[in-house]
Ligand binder design. Sequence first.
Ligand code: HGY
Ligand code: MN
Ligand code: MN
Ligand code: MN
Length: 405
Amino acid sequence: MVNSNRLWSRIHELSSIGQTPDNGVTRFSYTDVEHEANEQVKKYMEEAGLEVTFDAVGNVIGTLPGSKDLPAILLGSHLDTVPNGGKFDGSLGVLTAIEVVQSLQEQNIHLNHPVKVIAFKDEEGSRFGFGMIGSLAVAGNLQKEDLQRKDANGVSLHDAMIKQGYSPENILEARMDDVKLYLELHIEQGKVLEKENVPVGVVTGIAGPLWLKFSLIGQAEHAGATPMNQRKDPLVAASLIISETEKLAKKYENAVATVGTISLAPGGVNVIPGSVEFTIDIRDVKEELRDQLEKEIKDYAATITAEREIDLSIEDLQRVAPVLCSNEIQNTIKESIADQGYPVISLPSGAGHDGMQFKDRFPVGMIFVRSQHGISHNPQEFTTKEDAKAGAETMLKTVCKLDKE
Ligand code: HGY
Ligand code: MN
Ligand code: MN
Ligand code: MN
């Protein structure tokens, strides 16, 4: 059994770090706010009997030795958030993993395998334009050139790491090899479990996010003196590309495409914009369909900008392959859910998660917990205490079953 009162109070204590005026959370990676959250989680980990270390990129790692010399079971999620995000995205997974270990300790249940609870750095990609930085490093795939990616203030990932006391020159030391599997609990961020009226579900696969940055250069000119047929207005071209993106994505069964950021310059009421930048996030559980949608959007953008004599450049910000979850772990989670008397619901994840980085490294499994109205990346993100308890019980049972040699 888990201690759901402890889990619930930790969720609210942690979410007060980086709290926004409308009761959301903003916690970007490699900031003092996130450092404060790291220290709070370190305290929880120590209370759970975990030995806490920080790796070269700042992942917070709590280790519990196993009774046998076996590969580790990794449990984790992330502590960083999107701007004005919710209390549960990422945090619930980290706190649940700690709760599972603490409950096992308190009930004198000693696992064969060592357990490592990890709070991954920068899963969201809200600061440097690409995410899953901590899990990329644990997979051994964070590249030196990635360290030069800059935030909106021109601070590089490398310098941000140094400022927080980490050692980016040793990123390859963060790689983990002696691992049996990775298991993450996360809020669903969708409406399936709510519709099925079930608190927990098994994740079958994770859609792969592709992030592109479109830069359009036209001609800044006088809004009053420039006739409509003599303009090179990049914002109008961008608006055509953005609305066509929605039309194209709607033709697919599961694909999604989102413009989440846009900026223009110089920005004057009476100035035709000179340049526009926006990002498109494209996803599908099938990589070939995602890539087909990507091509259709890029072809349309090329046509529109050529017609309007606008310069177009498109930059790959991040391209993560979709991942299928391990059948063995899925079946074990199903057993754990059925043991509690709930119907077993399997569902894909539209959201990306750290486990994607372990696709070719070790088996990955995910437990989803119901999101109220499916709302996430929003201060109204909510999961009930009962559902959080059901999730933690499911993770605890699953870990004990997977621990069998
Ligand atoms: O973008 C995502 O899917 C996740 O929230 N990082
Ligand atoms: Mn998340
Ligand atoms: Mn998220
Ligand atoms: Mn995640």
